[in-house]
Every structure is written in structure tokens, then in C-alpha cells.
Design a protein around this ligand. Sequence first.
Ligand code: HEM
Length: 132
Amino acid sequence: MTARIERPLSPHLSTYRVTLTMALSIIHRATGIALYFGTLLLAWWLIAAASGPGAYANVQAFTGSIIGKLILFGYTWSLLHHLCSGIRYFFWDLGYGFKPNEREALTWGALIAGISLTVLVWIIAYTVGGGR
Ligand code: HEM
């Protein structure tokens, strides 16, 4: 039997102090995963539109329900938050925004922009499209 070697482990998540940038990093990954499911919804919508009125009526029944609207609202936020948060990564990739105050400003900016754009899109959807 081979002896068990005690290899060094990287610190677990609970070892770190929770900061805004850390929380947003996790949220960025979570919204990225949510977007895969949102893309399936988008594909369902497009395929239904191409298939005919019956299939499209099924999508409308879903998007017209409270649960459907909540899921769509979550998808809108996931997409817009992930987009704004992703642009923040591009600043970092270019070598900018690493000072503590800059990091915080970029992160708050991404959070607030994602929420604001989501609300704006839904206001436009309701005023132009009547929320249907
Ligand atoms: C439907 C579209 C999208 C999907 C399904 C998606 C999915 C994901 C997922 C799952 C991750 C996490 C990867 C990991 O942590 O290992 C990720 C990371 C990332 N996404 Fe997206 N994404 C989408 C759109 C976008 C858009 C529009 C941007 C534009 C800004 C973007 C920018 C990024 C960046 C910069 C990262 C890397 C963050 C890091 O370094 O940790 N993504 N994406």
C-alpha cells in the first residue's frame, strides 16, 4: 500500500473575507451559467416563431404567466449584469482599474448599471409592447 502524501491545498472559499469584488466574481460565474438556460429559452422562442401559431401560442402562454415573467426578468438581469460585469473584466485585462477605489468603483458601476438597464428594458417593453 502506498503511503498517503499530505499535499498542500489551496484555501477553501470560507477562509476568505467576503468582499464586494469577491461576491461579484461568484455572481458573474452564476449569471454565466444562467445564460446557458436563457439561451435555450431564446432558441425555444425562435423555433416556435418559425414553427407556426400553435407553437408560438405555447411560448406566449409561458411568457404571459407570472412564473414566466419572473424567469424572463431574471434572464434579462443575468444577461445585462453579465455584460456590464464582463466589460469590467476587459478594463482589468487592459491593465486599468486595479487600485482599491477603482476596483470598488468598477464593481459598484457594473452592479448598478446591470440593475438600471434591466429596469429600463422592462419599462420600454411595457410601454412599447404593452408587457405581453
Ligand atoms: C449568452 C451569453 C453568455 C454566456 C452563456 C456566458 C457564459 C459565461 C460563463 C459560464 C462564464 C464563467 C466561466 C468560468 O468562470 O469558468 C463566463 C465568464 C465570462 N464572461 Fe460570459 N457569457 C455570455 C455572455 C457574455 C458577454 C456578452 C460578455 C461581455 C462582456 C461576457 C464576458 C465574460 C467574461 C469577461 C468572463 C470571464 C470572467 C473571469 O475572468 O472570471 N460574457 N461567461
